[in-house]
Design a protein around this ligand. Structure first.
Ligand SMILES: Nc1nc2c(ncn2[C@@H]2O[C@H](COP(=O)(O)OP(=O)(O)OP(=O)(O)O)[C@@H](O)[C@H]2O)c(=O)[nH]1
Ligand SMILES: [Mg+2]
Length: 386
């Protein structure tokens, strides 16, 4: 099963689900791969690494990186430059310290964007799509990649009319609403919605570009995704909503023909945009670090919340409440089990040898320190609270 990106979970391990929702060609796969590929740089000098948990994930990341490198070397880049995703795929990762048994599992779900709005001539596998929606609704973090070029190239009334359908904003909103509704029933869990503008190299001057239109981009995203933001605020007031623009390529900019052309399929308009590669033609990811830090902050927050619960229990003040909470909140139960397992291990080890138990305790502290250190890193100037 694990060879083809299907879902299979390791029991008893702390797991974070991360959903990614957006239409075809928006950049979902690129977003996932950029976060994974940029992690060694972000985590350099730290006692942490992000590792693929199965051969499929490792292979899929390598393949996509080679395709990206090849496209950049070829000199130009259009929206169909990379192959689309053919079926749902789970990228399975572990954030770890290199110490056995002390890690956190992250699972990112990717799916073919056209499943958001299947056309009349092609059938969507409804059961797989239902599973994807279920996974996204249950995820702690929801990533929403946004095609910055569609928003920024909308200059006339016709373009503004076509943009919501191109971005499938209503469909994205429906998924965000399901996610937020689930978060509402778990208001002690962390919840993070990230709006991630992509293909925005031409609107920032911090990664090889010369023009800064970042405020304009922020305005455009805020306006177009205001309903998505509102529906999340309404259903899950505790959710954090962040705006995190990402360059997965960096070394490109809009060039050649950028034109709105009639869409043969639905009679609307389609943006035809071509990117030219800027010298020195080296991929320069920008923004992935902020996304990783935001994820780690959530992780640290979840762990702290449960530790607080343990402390309360120790005082005997809220044992019943905590038990009830554990029954209701699947995710928190998961975190508790993870901490509990470590503690149970510690107790058993203590019986064998106090020195070994001490070593394990130090390892656990080391890991907690690592998550805290990552969480404490300052976010870059691109990121904004929404
Ligand atoms: N300029 C630029 N182009 C990007 C960026 N990220 C992705 N792309 C382009 O967007 C196209 C689509 O990216 P994918 O990641 O395959 O999109 P997807 O959302 O996974 O698409 P489906 O699998 O069809 O749902 C790629 O061919 C790239 O050309 C980016 O940061 N900058
Ligand atoms: Mg894809």
């Amino acid at each position: 099963m694990a060879e083809d990106g299907a879902l299979s979970e390791s029991p008893g391990q702390l797991g974070f689900g991360i959903g990614v929702v957006g239409p075809s060609r928006v950049g979902k796969t690129s977003l996932i791969v950029s976060i994974i590929a940029d992690a060694p740089r972000v985590l350099a000098g730290m006692p942490a690494s992000l590792r693929a948990r199965d051969p499929w994930t490792e292979g899929a990341v390598m393949r996509r990186r080679n395709e990206l490198d090849g496209s950049v070397k070829a000199g130009s880049f259009e929206r169909k430059a990379l192959r689309g995703t053919e079926k749902e795929a789970y990228y399975k990762l572990a954030l770890e310290t290199g110490i056995a048994g002390v890690s956190v599992d992250l699972t990112l779900l990717d799916f073919p964007g056209w499943w958001l709005s299947p056309g009349a001539d092609i059938r969507r596998p409804e059961e797989n799509w239902r599973e994807c929606r279920e996974f996204m609704a249950q995820s702690t973090v929801l990533l929403v990649p946004v095609d910055a070029t569609v928003l920024m190239c909308s200059t006339e009334a016709d373009h503004h009319r076509a943009a919501p359908e191109l971005l499938k904003i209503a469909q994205v909103e429906a998924v965000a609403e399901e996610w937020a509704t689930e978060r509402q029933y778990a208001d002690e869990e962390p919840a993070l919605l990230l709006l991630v503008p992509m293909k925005c190299e031409s609107y920032f001057a911090d990664n090889g570009g010369s023009v800064d239109r970042s405020d304009e981009l922020f305005e455009a995203v805020s306006k177009s995704y205001s309903r998505v933001r509102d529906v999340v605020r309404m259903n899950a007031p505790h959710a954090q909503i962040l705006y995190c623009p990402l360059d997965t390529l960096g070394c490109v900019e809009l060039g050649g023909e950028t034109a709105w052309v009639p869409d043969r399929e639905d009679g609307g308009l389609q943006l035809s945009a071509e990117f030219v590669v800027r010298p020195p033609a080296e991929i320069s990811v920008e923004g992935a670090e902020d996304i990783l830090i935001a994820l780690c902050r959530n992780l640290a927050e979840a762990r702290r919340a449960v530790q607080q619960e343990f402390a309360n229990e120790a005082e005997g003040t809220s044992a019943e409440a905590a038990e009830a909470a554990a029954r209701r909140y699947g995710f928190m139960t998961n975190v508790r089990m993870w901490l509990d397992g470590t503690r149970a291990g510690l107790k058993a080890d203590q019986a064998i040898t106090a020195a070994r138990a001490k070593r394990i305790q130090r390892k656990l502290e080391h890991f907690e320190h690592m998550v805290d250190e990552l969480a404490a890193r300052p976010m870059g100037p691109r990121i904004r609270e929404m």
